[in-house]
Design a protein around this ligand. Structure first.
Ligand code: URA
Length: 203
């Protein structure tokens, strides 16, 4: 059942964005359990992700893995996906048109998974899903309702893990937001308080 949903959510081919068709080696689909309570949404695959076919496997992925571990979670406990599934040339930001072309895939993924919490990693996914400008550093840790396609999701803004590599002062903010995500989604030691119940209603 979950294997088949995972397969249904997998985009096998897409030619909507000519520049990305040229720059990608493969389409990088979301990974992780389809019954995950926590879904992380990044911007777009980089070189490592394009090579390995999995989101957040480069240096940013290591930062994310470390923060998950610090929050009592592992990568296998969460779903990780991106706004755009193909690597943009020279790692530029995806264009508005590319984000829009890929939005349906993400909307469907979120609708079918219906997680407790969506965590946006960085400015691009935060602005894309909230449909407004976001000052990520000051809004990190803030929770909003986001309408994506036909469904509304609880969304937590988080800085991008790569930000911690360029600005060490972002490290604590990032780790704290991941701990907060676990608590909000009711997963990991911080989240379930021993009774396995979601704490989302407490916030
Ligand atoms: N940065 C992203 O936003 N997504 C990835 O998959 C990797 C790095």
């Amino acid at each position: 059942m979950s294997d088949s949903l995972d397969a249904e959510l997998c985009v096998a081919d897409c030619k909507r964005c000519p520049a990305l068709v040229d720059s990608r080696s493969r389409i990088v689909n979301g990974t992780g359990p389809v019954d995950a309570d926590l879904v992380f949404v990044g911007e777009a695959p980089g070189a490592n992700e394009d090579e390995q076919g999995e989101p957040f496997v480069g240096r940013s992925g290591t930062v994310l893995d470390d923060a998950l571990r610090d929050a009592g979670l592992a990568r296998r406990d969460v779903r990780i996906t991106n706004c755009v599934r193909c690597r943009p040339p020279e790692n530029r930001d995806p264009t508005t048109e590319e984000l829009s072309n890929c939005r349906g895939y993400l909307a469907e993924e979120l609708r079918r998974l219906d997680p407790e919490l969506v965590v946006t990693l960085g400015k691009v996914p935060s602005e894309h899903l909230l449909d407004r400008s976001v000052a990520v550093t000051s809004e990190a840790g803030d929770v909003f309702d986001a309408r994506v396609g036909d469904t509304t999701h609880r969304l937590l803004v988080c800085v991008h893990p790569a930000a911690t590599l360029y600005d060490r002062s972002q490290e604590e903010t990032f780790q704290e937001t991941i701990r907060q995500a676990a608590a909000l989604a009711g997963v990991g030691p911080a989240g379930d308080g021993g009774d396995g119940q979601s704490r989302l209603g407490d916030y």
